[in-house]
Design a protein around this ligand. Structure first.
Ligand code: P1T
Length: 380
């Protein structure tokens, strides 16, 4: 089955044996009757498993070319489950530019449990080798990174991870499997904030993991069940429905993203535009190799790095909504330094490029003329 077919049909055979409903029913139940202890039809309690969540989990596995999907109450709950694979004394090597909430979870929760995180530049994957020691158990990659749009070579990371017998996890939120499938490139775990492009309509918070290896899946299922950070059936349904149009939406996100990136480049008030589709993006060649297009996420700075000017621009936008999050059909604008990435200390933030004038756009699927006109009137 090819990707566009998988978004609609992947893992969805026979979802309603009772009535043949085309969409899986929302099984709004916490528990399931048993004829005798253990005598059930595959589900016993909805923390451990729910048919609507299972339908989503099978679909997630299908679109990411994995074997096992796990759905969680949020992207961070999914990341949390991955870190729970580790124990005190273990070390993690992470991209130095990543979602502020992931950084906060690592540094403000798990460092207290004795896990050490190294935040490093991975644009040259070989740099990872400098930080590997006997305690290194996990490489955490975001690509494209949030919000600087750095591109990390997944295949090169996988070669290093395999050589040292370390797990490689890739946060695929920005790219989605429409653009890249990390498991095909050698990653062990794919993670999603399905709140974003997978859900696609800014109406649900949900997280996901997909793996190929049965033993790893069993351990993650055990963690999911033991910790309980699952998503409900209604939210599972919404994401499943969102994924059915992922390929259509992503195609337009990419087209609109390209047009907006080129518009910003041509505006004399703009200092720098971060978008992996530009030939002079430092890892454009890797992006071309591992991604099928370049996505709808773009960051830019204005000349003079002026905080007030950046705030004025995001306040002036009329079609782009000033809001956290990304990946919905509607265009959003954000100011990472004061919004999504405020939890990263200023000095560290600025070292990776998150300066006060940085604005992040999630380019939606509206008419491109309206989007460019909106940016034009806001930037001036
Ligand atoms: O919000 P949640 O579903 O828990 O997902 C966290 C998360 C993980 N990984 C990446 C790359 C993300 O972008 C996010 C959430 N990001 C935002 C809310 C944002 O505006 O960047």
């Amino acid at each position: 089955m090819k990707f566009n077919t998988k978004t609609i049909h992947g893992g969805q055979h026979d979802v309603d044996p009772a009535y043949g409903a085309v969409m899986p029913p929302i099984y709004q139940t916490s528990t399931y009757s048993q004829t005798t202890p253990g005598g059930h039809k595959g589900f016993q309690y909805s923390r451990s498993g729910n048919p609507t969540r299972s339908a989503l989990e099978r679909n997630l596995a299908s679109i990411e070319n994995g074997e096992f999907g796990l759905a969680f109450g949020s992207g961070l709950a999914a990341i949390d489950a991955v870190i729970k694979l580790l124990k005190s004394g273990d070390e993690v090597i992470s991209t130095n530019n990543l979602y502020g909430g992931s950084y906060r979870l690592f540094t403000q929760v798990y460092e207290d449990f004795g896990i050490t995180f190294h935040f490093i530049g991975m644009e040259h994957a070989a740099n990872i080798e400098n930080f590997i020691n006997k305690s290194t158990k996990l490489i955490w990659v975001e690509t494209p990174t949030n919000p600087m749009m750095n591109i990390i070579d997944i295949k090169a990371c996988a070669a290093i991870a395999t050589k040292h017998d370390i797990l490689l996890a890739v946060d695929n939120t920005f790219a989605t499997p429409y653009l890249q499938t990390p498991l095909d490139l050698g990653a062990d775990i794919v993670m999603h904030s399905a709140t974003k492009y997978l859900g696609g309509h800014s109406d649900v918070v949900l997280g996901a993991l997909v793996v190929k290896d049965k033993k790893l899946a069993d351990r993650l299922h055990a963690i999911q069940n033991a910790s309980g950070a699952i998503c409900g059936p209604q939210d599972s349904f919404l994401v499943l429905r969102g994924i059915k149009t992922l390929h259509l939406r992503m195609q337009r996100h990419c087209e609109n993203g390209k047009a907006v990136a080129h518009y910003l480049l041509s505006n004399p008030k703009i200092e720098k535009v971060y978008w992996p589709g530009f030939e002079d993006h430092p890892n454009h060649i890797v992006a071309k190799e591992q991604m099928r297009d370049f996505g709808g996420m773009i960051s830019f700075t204005t000349k003079g790095n002026n905080y007030d000017e950046a705030i004025k621009i995001v306040e002036n936008l009329k079609i782009f909504t000033l809001a956290e999050s990304l990946g919905g059909v509607e265009s959003l604008a954000g100011h990472p330094a004061s919004m999504t990435h405020w939890s990263i200390p200023k000095e560290e933030r600025e070292r990776t490029g998150i300066v006060d004038s940085l604005i992040r756009l999630s380019v939606g699927v509206e008419d491109i003329d309206d989007l460019i006109e909106d940016l034009e009137q806001a930037i001036g």
